[in-house]
Write a protein that binds this ligand. Structure first.
Ligand code: NI
Length: 257
């Protein structure tokens, strides 16, 4: 049996309201024995915590998404800090920069990103990074804020190998999701092949970014097996080996014993 760790998913999303328990059961049936659910704003943080409390194999990350930066109040940051003491909360995230959607101005995104890196260093948690069209600023801020002290995950990585190297140097793991399975995903496939095996993670980002052949459909955590298959093909390994390697990496990354 292949064991898999989906290190980034949003199973609390409303897209799963009709069939959440079945979706979670399908993930288990597909060998997913660990999940990290990400809560990223005032609505999804409580639902993420609830899911982690309900299911033994579901862990939680809590943070404030860059798209929502404009709405983060000082008490929200205190709330996140408070939740970091929860036994199932293993990381702060997803945090970062998103220059694709301009719902929050860049300067506000950057301030909120910095505040959460500082919080992570204060409480000693890993960070889960969301980066869309902002590679240079993300890496620069990680450097300026000494994010290497905590490290974390570059979630659904889509950048160049050059940028990946700089993130690896700062103690980050590189995580690949559905897009790496797309036939035209030349760059992500090349980057995956170069990432050191002990820094490789896989994820779904469900309900978004479904892998081939479900592209454009609702994604779910069981599909992380398709990401594992692509990684196995690219690296000349079995799916079982990829599952074991990425599970071990995920546990080490998030301090799960
Ligand atoms: Ni996400």
């Amino acid at each position: 049996m292949t064991l898999l760790f989906d290190t980034h998913t949003h199973l609390d999303s409303y897209q799963f309201d009709e069939d959440r328990d079945e979706v979670i059961q399908r993930a288990k049936d597909a060998g997913v024995h660990m999940l990290l659910n990400i809560g990223f704003n005032r609505e999804t943080i409580p639902t993420t915590i609830a899911l982690a409390e309900q299911y033994e194999f579901i862990y939680a990350a809590v943070g404030w998404h860059p798209v929502d930066s404009i709405n983060m109040l000082p008490e929200d940051l205190e709330w996140i800090e408070h939740l970091c003491a929860h036994e199932k909360v293993v990381a702060i995230g997803e945090i970062g920069l998103d220059y694709h959607w301009d719902t929050s101005p860049k300067d506000v995104q950057q301030r909120v990103f910095r505040e959460q890196i500082r919080l992570a260093r204060k409480v000693g948690k890993r960070i889960v990074i969301h980066n869309r069209d902002a590679h240079e600023d993300v890496v620069r801020i990680l450097q300026e804020e000494n994010a290497a002290d905590v490290g974390g995950v570059m979630h659904c990585y889509s950048g160049s190998w050059e940028t990946a190297k700089r993130c690896l140097d700062m103690n980050f793991y590189i995580s690949f999701g559905g897009p790496v399975t797309f036939q035209n995903a030349r760059v992500p496939k090349e980057v995956l092949k170069q990432v050191p095996l002990d820094r490789l993670l896989i994820e779904t980002d469900a309900p978004y970014l479904a892998p081939h052949p479900y592209r454009g459909k609702r994604n779910e955590s069981s599909y992380v097996s398709l990401v594992a298959e692509t990684a196995a093909e690219l690296l000349g390994k079995t799916v079982e080996e990829i599952g074991a390697i990425t599970t071990e990496n995920g546990k080490k990354c998030f301090g799960i014993v």
